[in-house]
Design a protein around this ligand. Structure first.
Ligand code: ATP
Ligand code: MG
Length: 300
């Protein structure tokens, strides 16, 4: 869902807009027809919080997400092939777009958790399990799990919440072989991600990845990977199990929206107000900081 009309890009046909990304099909220069085998994935500066797309964009967020995903795709290349074709994209979207192979996306949100919080914590407190996997006793909000656990969810239509999906339902949906493959890949991606991120001062509590099949039926990592939008990033030096951890990026946005300053009542169901300039700027700085810390590169 977009709040504004997607950009017109000569040579491309707009096909879909998600909460954050606008998708285009490249037009075949010979026939003028949309190509079926590729997509241009353009990451916008849109930010969602509390399931609303805010009307205040965060400058450079789309570029940070795109560059960070490209960097991670490279780090993970020996673990899993990915959808990237090229970063040769129209000048209007340079830096925040990538040309990818258009895949048949699997109808599963592949989530893995390395630390316990959120929905995983709630299930653990009720049943001692996450996604049906039994865990040791005595874990609290923010505890590190013995190893990453696969906790898939459904891909809800726009405007609805993703629902937890039992592993057996994933097997029923895509078959047992493919289910085992994406489960193992998802937990391996998070484990590798944390090996790299932890020594750079960031804990990746959990993450969501998406996989698709190419024409040969091979599984490819698609969409975005290990970004602050798809993952919970926690500052490693502030990690202290036993209470909610400060989130890396949307902290200021959530804090401000739920403070009296915003005048917004979360329970009202109404759209949140525009963000003040300093909240936008601090949020932008957090996205840039995550990119710079992880990659060791300076942004822009
Ligand atoms: P979510 O919250 O699940 O990420 P979204 O609405 O935020 O959903 P966006 O990230 O804004 O989604 O849009 C990206 C869309 O592009 C998703 O529907 C994703 O499944 C799809 N996608 C990503 N990579 C590919 C690919 N290689 N081939 C086909 N579709 C893809
Ligand atoms: Mg997405």
């Amino acid at each position: 869902m977009t709040t504004s009309a997607p950009l017109e890009l000569p040579g491309y046909a707009h096909v879909y807009s998600g909460k954050v990304r606008d998708l285009y099909a490249p037009l075949d220069p010979a026939t003028g027809e949309a190509r079926a085998d590729q997509l241009l994935l353009v990451a916008s500066d849109r930010l969602s919080a509390f399931d609303f797309i805010l009307d205040s964009p965060i400058p450079d967020k789309g570029a940070v997400l795109t560059q960070l995903s490209l960097w991670w795709f490279e780090q993970l290349e020996d673990l899993v092939p990915n959808h990237v074709v090229s970063t040769d994209v129209p000048a209007e979207v340079a830096g925040r777009a990538v040309l990818v192979r258009r895949l048949e996306m699997l109808p599963v949100e592949c989530v893995a958790r390395a630390y316990l919080t959120g929905g995983g914590l709630r299930e653990y407190q009720a049943d001692g399990t996450v996604s049906g996997v039994r865990l040791p006793e005595g874990l609290v909000d923010g505890s590190r799990l013995p190893e990453p656990v696969f906790t898939p969810s459904t891909k809800a239509p726009v405007g609805e919440h993703d629902q937890p999906m039992p592993y057996a339902a994933v097997e029923a949906e895509i078959g047992p072989d493919l289910a085992a493959r994406v489960r193992d890949l998802t937990t391996a991606i998070l484990a590798r991600g944390n090996e790299i991120a932890t020594e750079r001062g960031i804990l990746i509590a959990d993450t969501k990845v998406e996989f698709g099949l190419d024409a040969d039926g091979s599984v490819l990592l698609a969409d975005e990977v290990l970004t602050p939008d798809s993952s919970r990033f926690w500052p490693a030096d502030l990690w202290e199990p036993g209470h909610p951890q400060p989130s890396y990026d949307k902290e200021y946005v959530r804090e401000w929206l739920t403070s009296p300053d915003s005048g917004w009542d979360k329970a009202s169901g109404e759209a949140p107000p525009s963000l003040p300039g300093d909240v936008v700027e601090r949020t932008r700085a957090k996205y840039v900081e995550a990119y710079e810390r992880l990659t060791g590169r300076s942004f822009g």
